[in-house]
Design a protein around this ligand. Structure first.
Ligand SMILES: [Fe+2]
Length: 401
């Protein structure tokens, strides 16, 4: 029996695992960007750059770090989108797409968290193929390649630097659109601990819980894939060991560097072994009330684990072992329950709220119904190990409020 995983049964007779993104990591890697591009034959001549980022990243001086990396080189920044909203939307990606075409951009540099990287991906799709983001919703709707993306994450959670997915808010329908396509994998990801050194403590905590959610959902979803499962378990162990220290201490610390790796590994996992009900609820609350994605996930996570526990106790028992809970011969169910308690304890130590009411979401019946309706439409729900009727999902949503 595997020490951590317990060698749980395979759930799929066949599967695909793919992450084509080249990953470079180390302190100061961003300073070497032009060298990294020169070493990549398909990128070396792509000298017209667009940079996507947001106001917080720019204010932290990280946009300047990237500009500096390209100064006095053959690479020219011909477009800058430095105001990507925290909840990026379908209007923004249309404007950005037009800008990419006007400036004849040949390489996109995305410097930021999930919203920035996802906005870069979807803008590149519209720049290449036109239309609206909603036309590409779902899986495999992007018809072909897009302008290559160099992704530089500045958080420790989203993992969009190595995924085939992108999420954007539909302004008209007030819901999140998820687009998944092999053409959305960034070409290269740069993990530089200097880029998360000044990340505020609460964003380390929220994005760290996004990564933990990716790992736990990928490890226990209905399309569970074994290579992803191994990555997910390692990510869970790294997060359990390092998130609290990463929250407490700024700087390019070992804890923050390990959280970067964990987030990327968890994302490699969920790109091949999809997330479930936590993300479906988190997307819905995010679309209706603007709650940060990682924060929203962190609130829904333990409640969804309780909901799923009867179907996936074996997997949650492995999560418990990865989180450092001693296996002293207790039952699988007892270990699985201990995993949920460990998630709540880690939240407490990192100062993360337990229910949506603490972040301003109303608790009335209409709110619960509206969140439930959106959750039922979210593609992620279809990968959750427990299905449930509308009344079951409504009851689950009400517990999170
Ligand atoms: Fe996520």
């Amino acid at each position: 029996m595997g020490f951590i995983s317990g060698n749980p049964p395979l759930t799929r007779p066949d599967a695909t695992f793919a992450v084509p993104t080249e990953i470079k990591y180390g302190i100061g890697k961003v300073g070497n960007l032009t060298v990294e591009l020169q070493l990549a034959p398909d990128l070396a001549e792509r000298t017209r750059l667009a940079v996507f980022t947001d106001a917080g990243v720019a204010a932290a001086g990280l946009l300047d770090v990237v500009r500096q990396a390209f100064a006095d080189s053959d690479y020219t920044i011909v477009a800058v989108m430095d105001d990507v909203p925290a909840e990026s939307d379908t209007e923004y990606v249309k404007r950005a797409a037009a800008r990419l075409n006007e400036a004849q951009v040949s390489l996109i540099v995305a410097v930021g968290g999930g919203s920035v990287m996802d906005t870069a991906k979807i803008s590149a799709v519209i720049a290449a193929y036109g239309g609206e983001a909603s036309e590409y919703e779902g899986g495999f709707m992007v018809p072909g390649p897009i302008t290559p993306i160099l992704a530089i994450p500045t958080t420790v959670g989203t993992g969009s630097e190595v995924t085939l997915a992108a999420v954007v808010k539909d302004n008209v329908q007030r819901r999140k659109l998820t687009i998944a396509s092999p053409f959305l994998f960034p070409r290269m990801a740069i993990l530089d601990p200097n880029m998360v050194a000044t990340l505020p403590a609460k964003l380390v905590a929220w994005t760290g819980f996004d990564a933990l959610t990716h790992a736990i959902e990928a490890y226990s979803c209905v399309e569970r894939e074994p290579i992803s499962a191994a990555l997910a378990l390692s990510a869970i162990e790294l997060i359990a060991d390092n998130l609290e220290a990463a929250v407490r201490e700024p700087g390019p610390t070992e804890a923050r560097a390990k959280m970067q790796y964990a987030a990327t590994m968890a994302a490699m996992a969920f790109s091949n072994s999809p997330v479930g009900a936590v993300h479906a609820i988190a997307h819905s609350v995010g679309a209706l009330f603007g709650v940060h994605h990682g924060l929203s996930n962190s609130i829904a996570l333990p409640f969804v684990m309780e909901f799923n526990l009867p179907a996936v106790a074996t997997y949650y028992a492995a999560v418990a072992r990865a989180m450092g809970i001693a296996d002293t011969g207790q039952s699988t169910e007892a270990l699985a329950t201990a995993a949920i308690a460990a998630v709540r304890e880690l939240k407490q130590r990192c100062g993360v709220p337990m229910q949506y009411r603490e972040v301003g979401v109303p608790t009335d019946a209409d709110t619960a119904a509206a969140i439930t309706d959106l959750t039922l439409e979210d593609i992620c729900l279809s990968f959750n190990p427990v299905k449930g009727e509308r009344e079951d999902i409504l009851a689950l949503v009400m517990r999170t409020l």
